[in-house]
Design a protein around this ligand. Structure first.
Ligand code: C2O
Length: 343
């Protein structure tokens, strides 16, 4: 049977690191939960662009939307605080699986990883769009798989911007080059050209060599009553995990914000990182061979609950997330320099 998320009202204390005490990650109470209904295929799509390529007009609009979201009271499930806490509640044991009160629900390290985060960004993007009254608004993606995107995107690094987060690694501000194989140590860095080449081979290895099947890319099956963390897919581990740790501040006790589940989504850059992860899911399906989604009903029918742009709790199923165009968005087409970077 599929894993099911309980009502937000069943959320309980999360297991956050002992040096981050007193944090309540649970969302406001829901008065009702509705089932998501996939709307008819939209005719125009919201187009997610690379964060390093957006223009001044987009930047202004995005800043305005995030500012409005941050200004909502924490009691509003659409507020930035609550949106960040979604990650904590779903990843640090805030929920038990329906029917298995002693079994933590975990959305990482299994086949739930890609669909959970797709839905998470879907609602985050719709909330931002509704706050600025712009249904075309689309999140930018951190295009770290191409040379020009291998830095913290500039729109996020201006200390006066609402996209800035103070709790990031100071040594990794631009123009520092991102290391997709980051091991927590900067003293063994290679020269820039070698790092770029190494990053492209990481992409080839993780997307092509190590991702020949749904199991290898999307992660291991995780069904109702199973223990959490059966195993993540190739890209979930590297570079998804390495980019989190590279961005987080290594002088914080738990690599906050980006380097720890409970705090990661407090950094606006989290959503750009995950937009690229989400894009990788779409790209993966175009790479041929056996790279196709699972057809297992326990995957297709697994469900999560999010608040939408009207602060309504909505139950979504993985089956409705497989095609981004049906959800009303896609990704700007950009080069995939790693596709031919076979080492
Ligand atoms: Cu929910 Cu990037 O992790």
């Amino acid at each position: 049977a599929p894993v099911q998320t309980p009502s937000p009202n069943a959320c309980g204390p999360a297991d956050v690191p002992s040096n981050a005490p007193g944090l309540n990650c649970c969302p406001p109470r829901a008065t009702s939960i509705v089932d998501f209904v996939l709307p008819p295929a939209p005719t125009t799509l919201r187009v997610r662009q690379p964060a390093h390529l957006v223009d001044a007009q987009f930047r202004e609009k995005f800043n305005r939307a995030i500012t409005l979201m941050k200004a909502l009271p924490a009691s509003d499930p659409r507020s930035f605080t609550q949106q960040a806490n979604v990650h904590c509640a779903y990843c640090n044991g805030g929920y038990a699986q329906v029917g298995f009160p002693n079994m933590d629900l975990q959305v990482h390290n299994s086949w739930l990883f890609y669909p959970f985060h797709r839905w998470y960004l879907y609602f985050f993007e719709r909330i931002l769009g509704s706050l600025i009254n712009d249904p075309t608004f689309a999140l930018p993606f951190w295009n770290w798989d191409t040379q020009a995107g291998m830095r913290m995107p500039a729109i996020y690094t201006d200390p006066n911007s609402p996209l800035f987060d103070r709790i990031r690694d100071r040594g990794h501000q631009p123009p520092k080059l991102l290391d997709l194989n980051y091991d927590g140590d900067d003293t063994n860095d290679l020269p820039e050209q070698s790092t770029i080449a190494a990053n492209l081979s990481v992409m080839y290895r993780q997307m092509v060599t190590n991702s020949r099947t749904a199991r290898l890319f999307l992660g291991a099956p995780y069904r109702a009553g199973n223990f959490p963390n059966p195993g993540g897919g190739s890209v979930e581990n590297i570079p998804h995990g390495t980019v989190h740790v590279w961005t987080g501040d290594r002088t914080q006790p738990n690599f906050e914000n980006m380097g720890n589940f409970y705090s990661a989504a407090r950094d606006p850059l989290f959503y750009a990182h995950h937009a690229n992860i989400d894009r990788m899911w779409s790209v993966w399906k175009t790479l041929g061979g056996n790279r196709q989604d699972f057809t297992d009903p326990d995957w297709l029918n697994a469900s999560f609950i999010f608040y939408d742009e009207n602060a309504q709790a909505v139950r979504v199923r993985i089956r409705d997330s497989l095609d981004t165009a049906r959800l009303g968005y896609n990704y700007q087409t950009v080069d995939l320099p790693w596709v031919n970077a076979r080492p």
